[in-house]
Design a protein around this ligand. Structure first.
Ligand SMILES: *Cc1c(COP(=O)(O)O)cnc(C)c1O
Length: 466
């Protein structure tokens, strides 16, 4: 498969190339040159497969040319063998129509494990082939950092430097990062806010001295391989609910538009998806864009669902490009004007293309707490607040009630115990597999909020490109 950039001027790359590159050199995001499409017979043939085998079938068209089918199968077996549930992403029924797709059975209790566990193995495979090293730099407000660290800890050829704002991530989240204790993992507690840390990371990507010396890579959801791995659980759940004979709808708690874009990809591949509900918290740029075409930023309001507190939703560009006729030059121009004005209007073709599959719902704090209580009182399920944003949107949806509605459960409730307790009176316990988190020794460095300090630290500890 060949991949092209949404901004039209970076050269096309194969799957190995886009996995290691992350962002395209023209600032765009990579997408497959065309969507692979399964026949009904091929989809019918996937019913009942074990997760790793299903993952191999669904992802194969995207990786062909860079991996053999046997290599892909082996990586899927390793990645998904680390999940605590044999089904990897089990479905739970809440009432006649509402379902939860539990995506939090991986090592760090958030859905990001599903993609990052595979990405860590892909990095290792491709880097050993090229005899080169990758230096991953990231900033995290919580979930991404721990999932990325767990995925690459101890892997050959990769060093990871993860910045978190000192004193501003939860104890569980910090310990999930700082107890990894592998020589290639470098946690940095930085003075300042998440935005300060993020700004330093961006600066390093543009620092020619650093990029000349090191192969700097990214693990956020601009990386195509992450989205690809997330397509699989749409297939797994829809097939279980009888798709092909009936369509299925999804409600997806959304921040950077990665997880819900994976649902769009599944639909392009032939999976009968009736609707994708984009569920946002009060940071609702996506809700405004989808309901009236207004994509404009403001300031971030902190909420009980920190992983969805965003202003700019990077992966939305992929949808706009695909719905807008795949015109890279026009996309580059649209983004340039957005960056200048902090606002843009969607074109008619973008609005029409998006509204064929997407709707959106915004949940405020009271509605999130109500949805948490609803799950507990009506179905005996304790859910996390991000999942509750999705469930609120699912319950508010006006779709034909004969269509099953699946809410993606993106985090384990024990990651956010205070909010869960406030809504339900119950304090969820960490699952036993991470139970000794508070007994393990932590390791991290503290640095002042100065770019030079971070740059010097990385320079001292990272391996040169080759
Ligand atoms: C990252 C995250 C999200 C948002 O996912 P996107 O792919 O960025 O839309 C939602 N819930 C949780 C718990 C997350 O960690």
């Amino acid at each position: 498969m060949e991949y092209i950039s949404t901004r039209g001027s970076a050269s096309a790359l194969d799957f190995e190339g886009v996995t290691l590159a992350g962002l395209a050199s023209d600032g765009g995001l990579y997408l497959p040159a065309e969507w692979p499409r399964f026949s009904e017979a091929q989809i019918a043939d996937m019913v009942g497969l074990p997760y790793a085998e299903l993952a191999t079938r669904v992802m194969w068209p995207f990786v062909e040319g860079s991996l053999t089918e046997e290599e892909l199968r082996s990586l899927c077996q390793q990645a998904y063998g680390r999940f605590a549930h044999k089904a990897v992403t089990p479905l739970v029924q809440l009432d006649e129509r509402q379902w939860l797709l539990e995506l939090f059975h991986g090592p760090t209790l958030a859905f990001k494990d599903v993609a990052l566990q595979l990405l860590g193995l892909l990095f290792e495979t491709f880097l050993s082939r090229r005899q080169s090293n990758l230096t991953i730099i990231g900033a995290t407000s919580g979930d991404t950092g721990s999932a990325a660290i767990d995925a690459v800890a101890g892997r050959e050829g990769v060093d990871i430097f993860m910045l978190h704002p000192k004193g501003r991530v939860s104890d569980v989240q910090r310990r999930q990062m700082t107890t990894a204790r592998a020589p290639n993992v470098h946690n940095i507690a930085i003075e300042g806010s998440f935005d300060d840390a993020q700004a330093m990371v961006k600066r390093m990507f543009g620092d020619a001295d650093m990029t000349g010396r090191f192969n700097i890579g990214a693990v956020n959801s601009i990386n195509w391989a992450r989205l690809m791995a997330q397509v699989v659980y749409y297939f797994a759940s829809a097939l279980q609910l009888g798709a092909l004979h009936r369509p299925v709808a999804y409600s997806v708690p959304t921040g950077n538009f990665g997880d819900v874009f994976a649902g769009y990809v599944a639909a392009q591949m032939g999976l009968p998806i009736a609707q994708l509900v984009v569920a946002t918290n009060v940071n609702d740029i996506l809700h405004r864009a989808l309901s009236d075409g207004d994509y404009s930023t403001g300031t971030v309001t902190p909420t009980d669902t920190p992983s969805m507190d965003i202003q700019v939703s990077s992966n939305f560009e992929r949808l706009l490009f695909d719905c807008g006729g795949r015109d890279g030059a026009a996309m580059a121009e649209q983004i340039r004007s957005f960056e200048a004005d902090k606002a843009m209007q969607l074109t008619n073709s973008q609005r029409e293309g998006a509204s064929a599959l997407f709707t959106s719902v915004r949940a405020d704090q009271q509605q999130v707490l109500q949805a948490l209580r609803w799950a507990h009182e009506n179905a005996g399920e304790v859910i996390d607040p991000h999942t509750a944003v999705g469930l609120h949107a699912a319950l508010a949806s006006e779709l034909d009630p004969s269509i099953p509605m699946v809410t993606l459960a993106t985090a384990h409730p024990a990651k956010f115990p205070d909010v869960v307790e406030r809504a339900t009176g119950l304090r969820p316990n960490l699952p036993s597999r991470v139970g000794d988190l508070f007994a393990r020794e932590e390791a991290y460095s503290e640095l002042p909020g100065k770019y030079d300090a971070v740059r010097d630290f990385v320079t001292q500890h990272a391996s040169p490109a080759a």
